[in-house]
Design a protein around this ligand. Structure first.
Ligand SMILES: [Zn+2]
Length: 289
């Protein structure tokens, strides 16, 4: 909402000279009504055209800046930036155990904060969840005799793709294309949110079992296509509509890489990230799955 208000005002401000120009060209009065439109010469039209083009580019540049700021401001990361700002000032307080300034700790701790997830139903816009039936039709079950407990994967096609690897801050056991994709996600986080990267921990990846309450379906975790992440070791409460601030930031990085965020599920599961149906289809077309 704030984004659109911002864009609207930016448009008004940017287009003010153009509107003034047009108003002046079409000035009302005795001469204007008597003068045919042909008096607007080609040079004026060309100049106006160039001006419109320049304005378009300005708006586009503003739009991308607003998009970039949007997720950060929406979750109150301005508080984190404030914590970052006074780092260079002398501090009376003693340094923390880790040797960092209290401000650095403040920034890190802000990622742990529990906040309400805004508009979680639209968190996965443009992506489709790979449903349990889609996964079963695509790969077959990860093992025929699924129970409520995690067991080894026996499906030969999936087993051949399974690997246990470090993907940056965590170690996962997942299908190889998902591992490569996770590496990209974490590399981005490391580059753009290094303090958040330092706080990331795993709450689990592969677990071959039935979905709770189901007798024949397995979740993305059972296929090695999902990972649970937490900030600083704190487990997220299931289905409370809230999450750790850092996970909201993580959701943006995952979304760009084609992963679904569990915050958008009917029963909110915000530490959960899984590969979207679109991504699975893309990897199949590339012969990776
Ligand atoms: Zn999960």
């Amino acid at each position: 909402m704030i984004k659109w208000i911002g864009l609207f005002f930016a448009l008004v401000v940017l287009s003010a000279p153009l509107i003034w120009q047009i108003a002046r060209t079409a000035e009302p009065g005795a001469t204007a009504t008597a003068t045919p439109p042909a008096t607007v010469d080609a040079n004026t039209v060309a100049a106006l055209g160039a001006e419109i083009e320049a304005l378009k580019q300005d708006v586009q540049a503003l739009r991308s800046r607003v998009d970039g700021l949007d997720s950060r401001t929406a979750i109150g990361l301005s508080a984190a930036s404030q914590a970052r700002a006074p780092r260079s000032q002398p501090q009376a307080a003693p340094p923390s155990r880790s040797g960092d300034t209290p401000q650095a700790d403040g920034l890190r701790n802000s990622f742990d904060q529990i906040v309400l997830i805004g508009d979680r139903r639209n968190a996965n816009e443009g992506l489709t969840v790979a449903s349990p039936s889609f996964l079963r039709n695509t790969f077959g079950l990860p093992r025929p005799d699924l129970t409520q407990k995690c067991q080894p994967m026996s499906n030969p096609r999936l087993r051949a793709l399974l690997s246990t690897e470090d993907v940056g801050p965590i170690r996962v056991r997942m299908l190889k294309p998902a591992i490569a994709s996770l590496r990209k996600v974490f590399a981005e986080v490391q580059a753009f949110e290094p303090e958040l990267y330092d706080r990331l921990a795993s709450s689990g990846s592969l677990c071959v079992r039935l979905i709770r309450g189901s007798s024949s379906f397995a979740s993305a975790h059972a296929y090695g296509l999902a990972v649970d992440i937490n900030i600083g070791g704190a487990l997220d409460n299931f289905a409370d509509g809230k999450t750790q601030l850092g996970l909201i930031l993580m959701a943006d990085f995952f979304h760009s890489e084609g992963w679904i965020w569990g915050a958008g599920f009917g029963r909110e599961d915000s530490m959960h990230f899984e590969v979207s149906r679109e991504k699975i289809q893309e990897w199949r077309e590339l012969g990776l799955l």
